[in-house]
Ligand binder design. Structure first.
Ligand code: NAD
Length: 493
């Protein structure tokens, strides 16, 4: 670990201890910012913004291109650090860095495409247009489960849009954030002339982090985490008329229809339900299987679950790493107990490897057969629990699918065109992401990512999400010798 940190030039100092969920060992120490340092960082960010907004957007893209190069050159080290600090398997740690590289590529292209509109004016000799200007400093608050990728979705776009960035990572994964900052600073040094404090990291407690949400100098707050966090932050930002991009909890489902190709469905289920030890916002939590294929699919799934390799996420072949901490394990156990009370039949669950790693929290992924969608099923439990329910009527299962407070990701496995189209239609899935014959997790960066209802309504990453990091200006130019008023209004003395 020492070598890994020193490859980023990071030393370990400070009073906040960082432990690896792999074995509970100390992997570093960091120093937290207090309110005065947060204030200094906000002021510095506001200064950096003033300089950066005047740099032409394609030139801003060049900095992001260089940052992408640093990420490519250090993909292995950063991916490994993500795995050690967060516990996701190495393939997923590397995948997370690849997502960062992909969004940098996307943002570089975008830096030449921040298009406005020219709009037909109703007045003769007038031209009306819409221009997008940088918004200002952007605060990015990120969750433990994607220690670096989600920040990059925000930062790569914000930077080409002309904004400065302050990043408050989860206190559970600060080292990956510091390493990312080192790579950014290397890119900035090669770029030459980027303002100091263009992108900063603020390691701090929630209370200090809240200062970022309250400060009027920060027009955009992008926050990823639990719905409980969004319920705190959303009103604070709204009260000062700031803009928030909220990416909150999910309770994602799959509907399996009689015509589904079960070999594909079972692979998608496995990746989505047990990948990242069930700690993705898009993890599959609810599985609705048609009566005709229910027993067969369940038998196949149980066979697959029995072969899962649970253990060290750095070891090749491991599919399930540890949960982030003891609290996560206890929440999982509580949810399973609740489901049992509701009549659920639980296969799996429970702690494993406690003798080898008494300070780490490895859990066996669980399948829970439910007769109906009870209160615990409607909650997001951030752990590898898959609730399985049987269905017979398509309209009824669609209604059940949507009958949860969250609305992030969803999918259907079918080869019936009508079912697929109904799922994607206005009366179908109410989620921000709806897939056909693909699982709910593992989105590409090209699309807009996010969801509805208690997921917060924010969108990040591809498509036209960049608009959230800019302010829109409508400008009308009169090049005639008259002053006609809109709507033909006559007004004069
Ligand atoms: P969390 O809500 O505990 O913390 C997320 C971040 O918010 C952390 O950095 C935390 O310090 C900060 N925070 C919390 N309250 C705050 C406040 N009042 N002011 C300022 N900052 C505050 O979430 P977590 O346990 O780290 O992550 C898991 C959750 O994140 C799950 O619910 C998951 O679904 C969600 N998530 C959502 C997405 C998405 O894109 N929709 C992506 C990843 C994770």
């Amino acid at each position: 670990m020492h070598d890994l940190l020193s490859s980023f030039g990071l030393s370990s100092s400070g009073d906040h201890l960082v432990r690896s969920p792999i074995d509970g060992s100390e992997i570093g120490r960091v120093r937290f910012d207090g309110p005065a340092e947060i204030e200094r960082k906000i002021a510095a960010s506001a200064e950096a913004f003033k300089a950066w907004r005047d740099v032409p957007a394609p030139k801003r893209g060049e900095l992001v291109r260089l940052f992408g190069e640093e990420l490519r050159a250090n993909k292995d080290a950063l991916g490994r650090l993500v795995t050690v600090e967060n516990g996701k398997i190495l393939q997923e740690g590397l995948g997370e860095v690849q997502e960062m590289i992909d969004i940098c590529d996307f943002a570089v292209g975008l830096s030449r495409q921040l298009y406005g509109l020219t709009i037909a004016s109703e007045r003769p000799g007038h031209r009306m247009m819409e221009t997008w200007h940088p918004a200002g400093p952007v605060a990015v608050i990120s969750a433990f489960n994607f220690p670096v990728a989600v920040w990059s979705w925000n930062a790569a776009l914000a930077l080409v849009c002309g904004d400065s960035v302050i990043w408050k990572p989860s206190k559970k994964v600060p080292l990956a954030a510091l390493a990312t900052q080192v790579l950014f600073e290397r890119a900035a040094a090669r770029f030459g002339g980027a303002p100091a404090a263009l992108s900063q990291v603020a390691l701090c407690t929630r209370a200090a982090g809240e200062l970022l949400t309250r400060d009027g100098r920060i027009p955009v707050v992008s926050a990823t985490g639990s719905t409980a966090m969004g319920k705190q932050i959303g009103p604070i930002v709204a009260a000062r008329f700031g803009r928030s991009i909220l990416e909150l909890g999910g309770n994602n489902a799959m509907i399996v229809c009689p015509s589904a190709k079960l070999e594909l469905a079972e692979r998608a289920i496995l990746f989505a339900a047990v990948g990242t030890a069930g700690q993705r916002c898009t993890s599959l939590r609810r599985l609705f299987v048609h009566d005709a294929v229910h027993d067969e699919l369940l038998t196949r799934l149980k066979a697959l679950y029995s072969k899962l390799v649970i253990g060290d996420p750095l070891t090749k072949g491991t599919l399930v790493g540890p949960l982030i901490d003891r609290a996560a394990f206890e929440t999982m156990e509580r949810a399973l107990a609740e489901a049992r009370k509701d009549g659920g039949m639980v296969s799996g669950g429970g702690r494993v490897l406690e003798k080898v790693h008494p300070e780490a929290w490895y859990a066996r992924p669980a399948i829970v057969e439910m007769t109906k969608q009870t209160a615990i099923v409607r909650e997001e439990t951030f752990a590898p629990i898959l609730y399985v329910m049987r269905w017979r009527d398509f309209d009824a299962v669609l209604a059940e699918h949507n009958a949860v407070p969250q609305g992030l990701s969803s999918c259907i496995f079918t080869r019936d065109l009508q079912e697929a189209e109904k799922f994607l239609a206005v009366s179908g899935s109410d989620c921000g992401i709806a897939n056909v014959n693909i699982g709910p997790s593992g989105a590409e960066i090209g699309g807009a990512f996010g969801g509805e209802k208690e997921t917060g309504g924010g969108r990040e990453s591809g498509s036209d999400c960049w608009k959230a990091y800019m302010r829109r200006q409508t400008a009308t130019v009169n090049f005639s010798d008259a002053l006609p008023l809109a709507q033909g209004i006559e007004f004069g003395v």
